[in-house]
Write a protein of this length. Structure first.
Ligand SMILES: *[C@@H]1O[C@H](CO)[C@@H](O)[C@H](O)[C@H]1NC(C)=O
Length: 344
Protein backbone atom coordinates (compact mmCIF):
# COMPACT_ATOMS: atom_id res chain seq x y z
CA UNK A 1 0.00 0.00 0.00
CA UNK A 2 2.77 2.41 0.89
CA UNK A 3 4.66 1.69 -2.31
CA UNK A 4 1.53 2.43 -4.32
CA UNK A 5 0.96 5.65 -2.44
CA UNK A 6 4.59 6.81 -2.87
CA UNK A 7 4.55 6.13 -6.59
CA UNK A 8 1.40 8.14 -7.29
CA UNK A 9 2.05 10.87 -4.77
CA UNK A 10 5.58 11.34 -6.15
CA UNK A 11 4.13 11.80 -9.62
CA UNK A 12 1.54 14.28 -8.42
CA UNK A 13 4.20 16.31 -6.60
CA UNK A 14 6.29 16.33 -9.78
CA UNK A 15 3.15 17.51 -11.59
CA UNK A 16 2.96 20.50 -9.22
CA UNK A 17 6.51 21.26 -10.16
CA UNK A 18 5.93 20.90 -13.90
CA UNK A 19 2.88 23.09 -13.89
CA UNK A 20 4.59 25.61 -11.62
CA UNK A 21 7.82 26.24 -13.43
CA UNK A 22 7.58 25.55 -17.09
CA UNK A 23 4.05 26.93 -17.18
CA UNK A 24 3.21 29.47 -14.52
CA UNK A 25 6.83 30.60 -14.39
CA UNK A 26 6.54 31.68 -18.02
CA UNK A 27 3.17 33.23 -17.26
CA UNK A 28 1.37 31.13 -19.87
CA UNK A 29 -1.70 29.87 -18.09
CA UNK A 30 -3.51 33.05 -17.14
CA UNK A 31 -3.62 36.54 -18.51
CA UNK A 32 -3.16 37.89 -15.03
CA UNK A 33 0.40 38.22 -13.73
CA UNK A 34 -0.93 37.70 -10.20
CA UNK A 35 -2.81 34.51 -11.02
CA UNK A 36 0.26 32.92 -12.68
CA UNK A 37 2.62 33.91 -9.92
CA UNK A 38 0.43 33.20 -6.90
CA UNK A 39 -0.57 29.76 -8.15
CA UNK A 40 3.00 28.96 -9.24
CA UNK A 41 4.38 30.14 -5.93
CA UNK A 42 1.86 28.10 -3.93
CA UNK A 43 2.33 24.86 -5.86
CA UNK A 44 6.09 25.07 -5.92
CA UNK A 45 6.42 26.11 -2.32
CA UNK A 46 4.41 23.03 -1.43
CA UNK A 47 7.21 20.90 -2.92
CA UNK A 48 9.88 23.07 -1.26
CA UNK A 49 10.99 24.70 -4.52
CA UNK A 50 11.96 28.40 -4.54
CA UNK A 51 9.55 29.63 -7.23
CA UNK A 52 10.87 33.09 -8.10
CA UNK A 53 14.49 31.97 -7.90
CA UNK A 54 14.06 29.15 -10.34
CA UNK A 55 11.76 31.23 -12.49
CA UNK A 56 14.66 33.67 -12.94
CA UNK A 57 17.26 31.06 -13.84
CA UNK A 58 14.79 29.05 -15.89
CA UNK A 59 13.97 32.08 -18.05
CA UNK A 60 17.70 32.73 -18.47
CA UNK A 61 18.09 29.08 -19.48
CA UNK A 62 15.49 29.60 -22.20
CA UNK A 63 17.42 32.54 -23.58
CA UNK A 64 20.69 30.61 -23.71
CA UNK A 65 19.76 26.96 -24.17
CA UNK A 66 22.58 24.84 -25.56
CA UNK A 67 25.21 27.54 -25.07
CA UNK A 68 28.36 26.37 -23.32
CA UNK A 69 29.12 29.85 -22.01
CA UNK A 70 25.68 31.05 -21.01
CA UNK A 71 23.28 28.17 -20.39
CA UNK A 72 22.10 27.82 -16.80
CA UNK A 73 21.87 24.10 -16.25
CA UNK A 74 23.38 20.81 -17.36
CA UNK A 75 26.37 22.64 -18.73
CA UNK A 76 28.84 19.95 -19.84
CA UNK A 77 32.06 19.34 -17.95
CA UNK A 78 35.24 20.06 -19.88
CA UNK A 79 38.23 17.85 -20.52
CA UNK A 80 40.24 20.05 -18.16
CA UNK A 81 37.69 19.64 -15.36
CA UNK A 82 38.84 16.03 -15.17
CA UNK A 83 42.50 17.01 -15.60
CA UNK A 84 42.73 14.73 -18.61
CA UNK A 85 45.77 15.23 -20.85
CA UNK A 86 45.08 16.91 -24.22
CA UNK A 87 43.17 14.90 -26.80
CA UNK A 88 46.24 14.00 -28.89
CA UNK A 89 48.13 12.69 -25.90
CA UNK A 90 45.35 10.90 -24.02
CA UNK A 91 45.60 7.14 -23.91
CA UNK A 92 43.06 4.52 -22.91
CA UNK A 93 44.65 4.31 -19.50
CA UNK A 94 44.19 8.05 -18.89
CA UNK A 95 40.46 7.78 -19.47
CA UNK A 96 40.23 4.60 -17.45
CA UNK A 97 41.92 6.29 -14.54
CA UNK A 98 39.27 8.97 -14.41
CA UNK A 99 36.11 7.17 -15.46
CA UNK A 100 36.52 3.48 -14.75
CA UNK A 101 34.26 2.31 -11.97
CA UNK A 102 32.29 -0.72 -10.87
CA UNK A 103 28.65 -0.99 -12.02
CA UNK A 104 27.63 -0.77 -8.39
CA UNK A 105 29.37 2.58 -8.01
CA UNK A 106 27.74 3.86 -11.22
CA UNK A 107 24.36 2.88 -9.83
CA UNK A 108 25.13 4.60 -6.53
CA UNK A 109 26.12 7.78 -8.39
CA UNK A 110 22.91 7.71 -10.43
CA UNK A 111 20.82 7.31 -7.28
CA UNK A 112 22.73 10.15 -5.66
CA UNK A 113 22.13 12.45 -8.64
CA UNK A 114 18.44 11.53 -8.75
CA UNK A 115 17.87 12.05 -5.06
CA UNK A 116 20.09 15.07 -4.41
CA UNK A 117 20.80 16.65 -7.81
CA UNK A 118 18.02 19.22 -7.66
CA UNK A 119 19.10 20.43 -4.24
CA UNK A 120 22.75 20.42 -5.19
CA UNK A 121 21.89 22.59 -8.18
CA UNK A 122 19.84 24.98 -6.05
CA UNK A 123 22.33 25.26 -3.26
CA UNK A 124 25.72 24.93 -5.00
CA UNK A 125 24.94 25.56 -8.70
CA UNK A 126 26.11 22.02 -9.53
CA UNK A 127 26.38 21.66 -13.34
CA UNK A 128 25.14 25.23 -13.54
CA UNK A 129 26.58 28.05 -15.58
CA UNK A 130 30.34 28.41 -15.36
CA UNK A 131 30.10 32.18 -15.60
CA UNK A 132 29.01 32.45 -11.96
CA UNK A 133 31.49 32.61 -9.09
CA UNK A 134 31.87 29.88 -6.50
CA UNK A 135 29.18 29.96 -3.84
CA UNK A 136 26.43 30.90 -6.29
CA UNK A 137 23.06 29.52 -5.20
CA UNK A 138 19.31 30.00 -5.61
CA UNK A 139 18.66 31.29 -2.10
CA UNK A 140 20.79 34.36 -1.69
CA UNK A 141 19.12 37.45 -3.17
CA UNK A 142 22.63 38.72 -4.01
CA UNK A 143 23.53 35.63 -6.00
CA UNK A 144 25.08 36.35 -9.41
CA UNK A 145 22.16 34.54 -11.07
CA UNK A 146 19.73 37.30 -10.19
CA UNK A 147 19.21 40.86 -11.31
CA UNK A 148 18.70 43.50 -8.63
CA UNK A 149 14.99 43.79 -9.48
CA UNK A 150 14.53 40.07 -8.82
CA UNK A 151 15.80 40.23 -5.25
CA UNK A 152 12.44 40.73 -3.56
CA UNK A 153 11.13 37.63 -5.32
CA UNK A 154 14.09 35.61 -4.06
CA UNK A 155 13.38 36.64 -0.49
CA UNK A 156 9.71 35.74 -0.92
CA UNK A 157 10.64 32.29 -2.28
CA UNK A 158 13.02 31.74 0.65
CA UNK A 159 10.30 32.68 3.10
CA UNK A 160 7.92 30.32 1.32
CA UNK A 161 10.34 27.40 1.54
CA UNK A 162 11.10 28.21 5.19
CA UNK A 163 7.36 28.37 5.93
CA UNK A 164 6.74 24.99 4.29
CA UNK A 165 9.69 23.47 6.13
CA UNK A 166 8.35 24.74 9.45
CA UNK A 167 4.93 23.32 8.63
CA UNK A 168 6.59 19.95 8.15
CA UNK A 169 8.40 20.31 11.47
CA UNK A 170 5.11 21.22 13.11
CA UNK A 171 3.41 18.19 11.56
CA UNK A 172 6.34 16.08 12.72
CA UNK A 173 5.85 17.27 16.30
CA UNK A 174 2.09 16.72 16.16
CA UNK A 175 1.86 13.42 14.32
CA UNK A 176 5.35 11.97 14.62
CA UNK A 177 8.33 12.07 12.29
CA UNK A 178 7.44 8.74 10.80
CA UNK A 179 4.23 10.19 9.37
CA UNK A 180 6.07 13.08 7.76
CA UNK A 181 8.59 10.67 6.31
CA UNK A 182 5.96 8.31 4.93
CA UNK A 183 3.39 10.84 3.73
CA UNK A 184 5.58 13.68 2.54
CA UNK A 185 9.29 13.04 2.46
CA UNK A 186 9.49 9.85 0.41
CA UNK A 187 7.12 11.14 -2.34
CA UNK A 188 9.07 14.40 -2.20
CA UNK A 189 12.36 12.60 -2.93
CA UNK A 190 10.64 10.76 -5.78
CA UNK A 191 9.39 14.10 -7.09
CA UNK A 192 12.97 15.42 -7.06
CA UNK A 193 13.98 12.32 -8.97
CA UNK A 194 11.40 12.97 -11.71
CA UNK A 195 12.47 16.61 -11.93
CA UNK A 196 16.10 15.64 -12.44
CA UNK A 197 15.20 12.86 -14.85
CA UNK A 198 13.08 15.08 -17.13
CA UNK A 199 15.37 18.06 -17.14
CA UNK A 200 18.59 16.09 -17.49
CA UNK A 201 17.23 14.10 -20.43
CA UNK A 202 15.86 17.14 -22.24
CA UNK A 203 19.34 18.55 -22.66
CA UNK A 204 21.82 15.72 -22.27
CA UNK A 205 22.24 13.10 -24.94
CA UNK A 206 25.30 11.78 -26.77
CA UNK A 207 23.72 12.82 -30.09
CA UNK A 208 22.89 16.47 -29.41
CA UNK A 209 25.33 19.34 -29.90
CA UNK A 210 26.35 22.11 -27.53
CA UNK A 211 27.41 25.41 -29.02
CA UNK A 212 30.03 28.03 -28.28
CA UNK A 213 29.64 31.74 -28.93
CA UNK A 214 30.53 31.75 -32.60
CA UNK A 215 27.95 29.16 -33.61
CA UNK A 216 25.21 29.46 -30.98
CA UNK A 217 21.86 30.86 -31.96
CA UNK A 218 18.49 30.70 -30.25
CA UNK A 219 17.09 28.38 -32.92
CA UNK A 220 20.03 26.01 -32.86
CA UNK A 221 19.93 25.83 -29.07
CA UNK A 222 16.19 25.17 -29.06
CA UNK A 223 16.60 22.48 -31.71
CA UNK A 224 19.30 20.82 -29.57
CA UNK A 225 16.58 19.59 -27.20
CA UNK A 226 15.17 16.07 -27.11
CA UNK A 227 11.52 14.99 -26.94
CA UNK A 228 10.88 11.71 -25.16
CA UNK A 229 7.80 9.71 -24.26
CA UNK A 230 8.85 9.83 -20.61
CA UNK A 231 6.57 7.58 -18.53
CA UNK A 232 4.15 7.20 -21.44
CA UNK A 233 0.62 8.32 -20.65
CA UNK A 234 1.55 8.95 -17.02
CA UNK A 235 3.99 11.58 -18.23
CA UNK A 236 1.40 13.06 -20.54
CA UNK A 237 -1.19 13.25 -17.80
CA UNK A 238 0.69 13.92 -14.55
CA UNK A 239 3.67 15.79 -15.96
CA UNK A 240 1.63 17.71 -18.52
CA UNK A 241 3.53 16.44 -21.55
CA UNK A 242 6.65 18.15 -20.27
CA UNK A 243 8.98 15.67 -21.95
CA UNK A 244 6.77 14.79 -24.89
CA UNK A 245 6.72 18.39 -26.11
CA UNK A 246 9.95 19.85 -24.87
CA UNK A 247 11.29 20.96 -28.24
CA UNK A 248 8.07 22.88 -28.80
CA UNK A 249 8.38 24.37 -25.32
CA UNK A 250 11.81 25.73 -26.21
CA UNK A 251 10.69 27.22 -29.49
CA UNK A 252 7.55 28.78 -28.03
CA UNK A 253 7.68 28.92 -24.25
CA UNK A 254 4.74 31.32 -24.09
CA UNK A 255 2.30 28.69 -25.37
CA UNK A 256 0.51 26.77 -22.60
CA UNK A 257 1.08 23.03 -22.21
CA UNK A 258 -2.34 22.02 -23.53
CA UNK A 259 -1.53 23.50 -26.94
CA UNK A 260 2.00 22.13 -27.06
CA UNK A 261 1.09 18.77 -28.68
CA UNK A 262 -0.22 20.77 -31.64
CA UNK A 263 2.96 22.85 -31.71
CA UNK A 264 5.06 19.67 -31.65
CA UNK A 265 3.23 18.39 -34.73
CA UNK A 266 3.87 21.66 -36.55
CA UNK A 267 7.51 21.86 -35.49
CA UNK A 268 8.18 18.30 -36.57
CA UNK A 269 7.24 19.29 -40.10
CA UNK A 270 9.38 22.41 -40.03
CA UNK A 271 12.47 20.80 -38.51
CA UNK A 272 12.27 17.60 -40.52
CA UNK A 273 15.27 15.46 -39.68
CA UNK A 274 16.56 18.10 -37.24
CA UNK A 275 13.70 17.29 -34.88
CA UNK A 276 15.04 15.16 -32.02
CA UNK A 277 12.77 12.44 -30.77
CA UNK A 278 14.07 9.52 -28.79
CA UNK A 279 11.75 6.65 -28.05
CA UNK A 280 14.36 4.78 -26.01
CA UNK A 281 12.97 3.69 -22.67
CA UNK A 282 13.58 6.72 -20.47
CA UNK A 283 15.20 4.76 -17.65
CA UNK A 284 17.66 3.25 -20.08
CA UNK A 285 18.18 6.70 -21.63
CA UNK A 286 18.95 8.03 -18.17
CA UNK A 287 21.58 5.36 -17.67
CA UNK A 288 22.97 5.96 -21.16
CA UNK A 289 23.22 9.73 -20.87
CA UNK A 290 24.62 9.41 -17.38
CA UNK A 291 27.40 7.07 -18.46
CA UNK A 292 28.06 8.46 -21.95
CA UNK A 293 27.80 12.22 -21.49
CA UNK A 294 31.08 12.64 -19.66
CA UNK A 295 32.77 15.75 -20.98
CA UNK A 296 33.28 17.97 -24.03
CA UNK A 297 36.46 19.33 -25.58
CA UNK A 298 37.74 22.81 -24.71
CA UNK A 299 37.99 23.76 -28.36
CA UNK A 300 35.46 23.62 -31.18
CA UNK A 301 32.46 25.84 -31.75
CA UNK A 302 30.09 22.87 -31.96
CA UNK A 303 30.84 20.03 -29.59
CA UNK A 304 29.29 16.69 -28.72
CA UNK A 305 29.63 14.82 -25.48
CA UNK A 306 32.43 12.29 -25.22
CA UNK A 307 32.07 9.04 -23.32
CA UNK A 308 34.38 7.49 -20.76
CA UNK A 309 36.65 6.18 -23.50
CA UNK A 310 37.03 9.65 -24.98
CA UNK A 311 34.83 8.90 -28.01
CA UNK A 312 31.99 11.09 -29.27
CA UNK A 313 28.83 9.60 -30.80
CA UNK A 314 28.85 12.35 -33.42
CA UNK A 315 31.24 14.87 -34.88
CA UNK A 316 30.79 17.90 -37.05
CA UNK A 317 31.59 16.79 -40.58
CA UNK A 318 34.25 18.64 -42.47
CA UNK A 319 32.75 21.55 -44.39
CA UNK A 320 29.39 21.11 -42.65
CA UNK A 321 29.61 24.43 -40.82
CA UNK A 322 30.17 26.31 -44.02
CA UNK A 323 27.30 24.58 -45.74
CA UNK A 324 24.94 25.21 -42.82
CA UNK A 325 25.82 28.89 -42.99
CA UNK A 326 25.54 29.16 -46.76
CA UNK A 327 22.38 27.10 -46.80
CA UNK A 328 21.07 29.58 -44.23
CA UNK A 329 19.69 26.95 -41.81
CA UNK A 330 18.67 29.53 -39.21
CA UNK A 331 16.89 31.88 -41.56
CA UNK A 332 15.29 28.99 -43.41
CA UNK A 333 13.84 27.56 -40.18
CA UNK A 334 12.84 31.03 -39.04
CA UNK A 335 10.89 31.61 -42.27
CA UNK A 336 9.18 28.24 -42.11
CA UNK A 337 8.24 28.80 -38.46
CA UNK A 338 6.71 32.13 -39.32
CA UNK A 339 4.75 30.67 -42.23
CA UNK A 340 3.46 27.83 -40.08
CA UNK A 341 2.49 30.26 -37.32
CA UNK A 342 0.64 32.42 -39.85
CA UNK A 343 -1.26 29.41 -41.16
CA UNK A 344 -2.21 28.40 -37.63
C1 LIG B 1 -0.66 15.71 -23.89
O1 LIG B 1 -0.67 15.35 -25.25
C2 LIG B 1 -1.78 14.54 -25.64
C3 LIG B 1 -1.58 14.03 -27.05
O2 LIG B 1 -0.98 14.94 -27.90
C4 LIG B 1 -3.04 15.34 -25.46
O3 LIG B 1 -4.16 14.57 -25.87
C5 LIG B 1 -3.18 15.70 -23.99
O4 LIG B 1 -4.29 16.50 -23.78
C6 LIG B 1 -1.93 16.42 -23.49
N1 LIG B 1 -1.99 16.47 -22.05
C7 LIG B 1 -2.12 17.60 -21.38
C8 LIG B 1 -2.18 17.46 -19.89
O5 LIG B 1 -2.19 18.67 -21.95
Amino acid sequence: MWLTYWWWQGLVFAGFFCIGFPQLGHGTLYDSWWANNILGFTLDTFVLAPFFAWKASHNAHHKAVGSIERDENYVPHLRSDYKLPPKERSRTADYAEVFEETPFFTLARIIFMQACGWWLYLSTNAMGSKMYPQGTNHFSPYSAIFKPEQRVGIIISDLGVAFMASMLVLLGCLFGWKSVLMYYFIPYVLCNHWIVMCTFLHHSDPTIPHYRKGEWSFLRGAAATVDRPLLGWLGRFFLHNVSHDHVAHHFFSSIPFYHQPEVTRAIREVLGEDYNYDSTNSFYALYRSFTECCFVEEEGEIVFYKNRYGDAAREVAEGALKSIKEGGWDSDIQDKLEDTADDA
